[in-house]
Design a protein around this ligand. Sequence first.
Ligand SMILES: CCCCCCCC/C=C\CCCCCCCC(=O)SCCNC(=O)CCNC(=O)[C@H](O)C(C)(C)COP(=O)(O)OP(=O)(O)OC[C@H]1O[C@@H](n2cnc3c(N)ncnc32)[C@H](O)[C@@H]1OP(=O)(O)O
Length: 154
Amino acid sequence: MRDGAAIQDQIPDNHCFGCGPQNDHGLQIKSYWRGENESVCEFTPLPHHCAGPTRYLNGGIIATVIDCHTICTAIADGYRQAGRDTGTGNKIWYATGKLEVQYRAPAEIDEPVELTAKILERTERKTVLSCELKSAGRLCATANVVAVRVPDNW
Ligand SMILES: CCCCCCCC/C=C\CCCCCCCC(=O)SCCNC(=O)CCNC(=O)[C@H](O)C(C)(C)COP(=O)(O)OP(=O)(O)OC[C@H]1O[C@@H](n2cnc3c(N)ncnc32)[C@H](O)[C@@H]1OP(=O)(O)O
């Protein structure tokens, strides 16, 4: 179950490698709200996203999709907290202050990965999130992320 349009399709001017619709060479992940404090994303790896062994997903790609899914969730939450639809009015931007990933099991390259992010804490300046990444129902990575609000000229 997921709510509404993709968060990334509502955030303007995003050229990010992991989540920017404006980046033709990027991963272009899509994230969706699932309720108040949770968001989901499904990403289908391509063969060249592999690790050393071609059957497993590269760890940097795993970190990137977690990074982008959680930061976009923080951005959309920033708009929610301001009482505005995502992407409307003054821009709200967050950058990654901390990204801590634990790689628990390899993710198969030929299976989609499913991410679930949860907002644990929010203040004026930062949002703290956790994230789980599963492949074929198996928990492959968990992460803690600190998203820090930055000015819109960042
Ligand atoms: C890309 C974002 C926005 C710009 C562009 C938008 C256009 C498109 C729109 C949208 C799409 C965006 C999608 C992006 C997705 C991917 C995101 C990335 O990959 S971002 C690139 C990698 N990250 C960096 O390069 C940061 C480099 N670091 C910094 O710039 C600063 O260090 C920064 C902003 C992270 C912190 O700046 P300070 O040091 O001035 O902030 P202080 O006031 O000290 O901290 C504020 C709060 O955050 C906590 N904090 C800061 N860093 C922390 C850390 N490393 N660990 C834990 N907490 C931390 C502090 O403890 C403080 O918390 P307390 O208010 O006291 O509760």
